[in-house]
Design a protein around this ligand. Structure first.
Ligand SMILES: Cc1cc2nc3c(=O)[nH]c(=O)nc-3n(C[C@H](O)[C@H](O)[C@H](O)COP(=O)(O)OP(=O)(O)OC[C@H]3O[C@@H](n4cnc5c(N)ncnc54)[C@H](O)[C@@H]3O)c2cc1C
Length: 305
């Protein structure tokens, strides 16, 4: 089921048609407050009032022309301006291909550089998302350049990739912010763990190493997962290594296990919700279905009147 859903996420024919279906548009609302940034800002205000940190991502992936990247960057600059009037800054989390990484890497770097500078001015952070495996090396190289010039940039690392322990060692000297996720793409067994138990074990080992770096002030450690049991297991190991919970941020996606995130916040973990919005939601939504095929039933129920 996971493989079929991830194939559907990549299929251009379905990508052009499914978003037009009313039931699909109703179903995606479970994971997005709306398509407009105004919807996302309204949701963010409620979450900030409840003591949470916020990350914004406008959905979109590979571009066809570099001019589109200018529009994406302009949008995120507007978000950072909107952040000024809030009691807590909105952090932004961006796919590098949305800023043109696979068309013009220098232009993508210039956009990231300008966004990181603007984010620093408003007390915010700029996060680089991680896409499918062909993008890992260029994304890490992009992050390395950014991290030399800015101390408010973060990167997402994927625990399912067998290369990630080496990548973590490579970037830790940069005193990075890292969001560790399990990984959302369909990667081959040659380069990625495919069994949940293996991914969870890899995640735990990486997270404890990140936590130790956070304890020493050498990293910002964010656990990007809805797996609250795993977070608590990591916290137990981290505590034994002298890492307090305040150093272990938990980042979850809007609409998924929100009650669990509130519980973790009460237990002392800094809690963040990543709010996604925008009209290009299809591949992103299909990856959310692939993570939990029971969500397909929820989507199909939207076919009923
Ligand atoms: C803040 C954040 C940022 C992310 N950024 C990236 C990125 O840049 N690159 C990338 O490859 N991946 C990214 N991901 C996705 C990530 O890789 C996983 O695919 C996703 O988080 C599901 O794995 P899990 O850690 O929640 O654990 P799982 O073991 O999949 O799930 C743990 C529990 O959470 C619940 N759950 C998980 N997913 C869902 C869902 N979709 N709907 C309902 N319940 C669910 C289930 O009840 C499950 O029992 C991000 C995830 C988060 C939370």
């Amino acid at each position: 089921m996971r493989t079929i859903l991830l194939w559907m996420a990549r299929n251009p024919w379905l990508r052009a048609r499914i978003p037009r279906l009313a039931f699909a548009r109703r179903a995606v609302r479970r994971f997005m407050p709306g398509e407009d940034v105004a919807d996302a800002l309204r949701a963010a205000d409620g979450l900030i009032a409840a003591g949470q940190g916020i990350l914004f991502t406008r959905l979109g992936e590979n571009l066809t022309a570099i001019a589109e990247a200018d529009a994406v960057a302009a949008h995120y600059h507007e978000v950072l301006e909107a952040s000024r009037s809030r009691s807590r800054p909105i952090e932004i989390s961006v796919k590098p291909t949305q800023l043109g990484l696979d068309i013009d890497p220098e232009a993508a770097f210039a956009h990231c550089d300008a966004l990181a500078t603007h984010a620093a001015e408003v007390g915010s952070s700029f996060w680089v998302d991680m896409e499918g495996s062909p993008y890992v090396e260029p994304t890490i190289a992009l992050f390395e350049r950014l991290a030399v010039a800015h101390d408010n940039v973060g990167i997402c690392l994927q625990a399912y990739l067998k290369r990630t322990p080496v990548d973590l060692r490579r970037i830790l000297p940069l005193r990075p912010a890292i969001r560790l996720v399990k990984g959302a793409y369909d990667e081959p067994a040659a380069i990625a763990y495919r069994r949940k138990a293996d991914v969870d074990a890899a995640y735990q080992t990486l997270a404890v190493a990140m936590a130790e770096a956070a304890r020493d002030g050498d990293a910002r450690c964010a656990l990007g997962t809805h797996d609250a049991d795993l977070v608590r297991r990591i916290a137990t190991f981290a505590q034994a290594a002298g890492v307090p919970r305040e150093k272990l941020e938990v980042h979850m996606l809007y609409g998924i296990r929100a009650a669990e995130l509130r519980r973790l916040r009460k237990e002392g973990f800094p809690a963040f919700t990543l709010v996604a919005y925008g009209d290009f939601w299809y591949p992103w939504y299909m990856r959310r279905l692939a993570e939990r095929p029971a969500n397909v039933l929820f989507a199909l129920r939207q076919l009923l009147p």
